[in-house]
Design a protein around this ligand. Structure first.
Ligand code: SF4
Ligand code: SF4
Length: 149
């Protein structure tokens, strides 16, 4: 299993209720070398980061490198890509990963600041994508970042 190392992208982008940290605000435990309490971080910091979970993904997709992090919802066949302000997700490694997920039939939601994009794999309608989205985030504490459908 990978470790985050110097990456702290989710530590700014995501809300962490137990730390009373809002999305978009850097966590007080973020340091240049990574999380200063990494091995004792709260459970809510152990979210489903695709790069951490999938060693087959290249190192260059570490979320802080391109400013894009991916969260998979395997059962609902949805992947959420969250991009920090100014991050480029339409080309390069993040775009390649999006294309791979689409080819495998996953709906990809991309969120960047107030923008929400849904990218449909072949054969999937907008209606089905929204149904999948609702299934994906039902009951998740991460409702923080979820596209409103
Ligand atoms: S985005 Fe992923 S790799 Fe980066 S700090 Fe968060 S969990 Fe770790
Ligand atoms: S405690 Fe560590 S892992 Fe959790 S948000 Fe803060 S810096 Fe990130």
């Amino acid at each position: 299993m990978r470790e985050c190392g110097e990456c702290t992208l989710c530590c700014t982008l995501l809300e962490v209720p137990v730390l009373e940290k809002a999305s978009g605000e850097a966590c007080a435990h973020c340091h240049p070398g990574g999380c200063s309490i990494y091995y004792g971080r709260p459970g809510q910091c152990h979210w489903d980061c695709l790069w951490l979970a999938e060693p087959s993904l290249p190192d260059e997709l570490r979320p802080d490198i391109h400013g894009v992090l991916f969260e998979p919802f395997w059962d609902a066949r949805v992947v959420v890509a969250m991009a920090e302000p100014g991050a480029v997700w339409k080309k390069g490694p993040p775009a390649n990963l999006i294309h791979t997920m689409l080819a495998d039939g996953y709906v990809v939601w991309v969120m960047q600041e107030k923008d929400r994009h849904v990218i449909l794999p072949e054969g999937v309608t907008q209606e089905e994508a929204e149904e999948r989205a609702k299934r994906a985030w039902r009951g998740k504490w991460q409702a923080r970042a979820i596209p409103q459908t």
